[in-house]
Write a protein that binds this ligand. Structure first.
Ligand SMILES: NC(=O)c1ccc[n+]([C@@H]2O[C@H](COP(=O)([O-])OP(=O)(O)OC[C@H]3O[C@@H](n4cnc5c(N)ncnc54)[C@H](OP(=O)(O)O)[C@@H]3O)[C@@H](O)[C@H]2O)c1
Length: 274
């Protein structure tokens, strides 16, 4: 299969590129900045992984990559919208430009890239779009509202697209990880500038949320699980719409399914004091 995956410098993207190529696929591995391809090239030695310049927010780069793939192979079989950014901070603290950047990367870019691939997938009458959303696309936590909003949006687009593409044989799948140890928790950890202050009305809640995150550090998932799942989904002829996975995810989904929202609220109140 000819696969395009975005955000392959680190984390899930790097592993998806490598594992998909090990499974025999040709992978175009998008990088926001091609000069950061070192780790990917090292991990993909001897495999058919082709690093490409693809800042997903750049319309010209998006068009150039899809055009290059289709002109070389005459087809594109799979798009994995993996590139993403996070943003911590309470909503009063999030600035409009921060929110817009978050939605540019997490929502508008996958929408636009998918739109470029659809005519080819549709004409082939087969192929798959895999969108990496998050547990935050199913349940919104305090201090992560902007991120949750972007992932809820991507979930909504994807759910409708799944229906729209059914008659054309194109599969649309959501992978919804819980917490996994990748660079989004370290090098790429981003907090709204206004939330960086130590004082203010939210400081105590921020500290509690950070305390909760610290406790989770030892219990984070192995990102290879996500990559393996994505590779399995590439040629699954009849996948489900949603694939939640990761530590604590089943319990959270169970609570969401069987408990009224107010009960979840009370649990959060007990754990973090909201
Ligand atoms: N790890 C988790 O716990 C978790 C949980 C749920 C969902 N997710 C989702 O999983 C996806 C991958 O994240 P990750 O956990 O693997 O974190 P990561 O290691 O930080 O990877 C994110 C990747 O996205 C790239 N990226 C950011 N902005 C981009 C842009 N404008 N154009 C192209 N690429 C861009 C980053 O490149 P640079 O580093 O060069 O900016 C990086 O390669 C994201 O969509 C994230 O929301 C992660």
């Amino acid at each position: 299969m000819i696969v395009l995956c975005t955000g392959c410098r680190s984390g899930f993207g790097l592993l998806i590129a490598v594992h998909a190529a090990k499974a025999g696929h040709t992978v175009y591995a998008g990088l926001r900045d091609l000069s950061t391809k070192g780790d990917l090239v090292e991990a993909a030695r001897g495999l058919d992984v082709r690093p490409v310049q693809l800042d997903v927010t750049d319309a010209a780069q998006r068009a150039a990559v899809v055009e290059a793939i289709v002109s070389e192979h005459g087809r594109i079989d799979a798009l994995v919208n993996n590139a993403g950014v996070a943003l911590g901070g309470f909503q009063e603290q999030v600035a409009e430009d921060e929110l817009r950047h978050l939605f540019d990367v997490n929502v508008f870019a996958p929408w636009a890239l998918t739109k470029l691939c659809l005519p080819h997938l549709r004409a082939q009458r087969e192929g798959v779009v895999i969108n990496i959303t998050s547990m935050s696309g199913r349940q919104a936590m305090p201090g992560l509202g902007a991120y949750a909003g972007s992932k809820f949006a991507l979930e909504g687009f994807s759910e409708a697209l799944r229906h729209e593409m059914r008659p054309f044989g194109v599969r649309v799948v959501l992978v919804e990880p819980g917490p996994f140890e990748t660079d989004i928790m370290g090098r790429n950890r981003t907090i709204a500038a206004d939330a960086e202050t130590t004082g203010g009305p939210y400081a105590v809640y921020m500290r509690r949320m950070e305390g909760l995150l610290d406790k989770m550090k030892d219990r984070m998932g192995d990102p290879r699980e996500v990559a393996d799942l994505v590779v399995r989904l590439l040629d699954d002829p009849s996948p489900r719409l949603r694939y939640p996975l990761g530590p604590g995810v089943s319990a959270r989904l169970w609570a969401r399914r069987v408990l009224p929202f107010e009960a979840v609220e009370r649990i959060l109140e007990r754990v973090v004091g909201f």
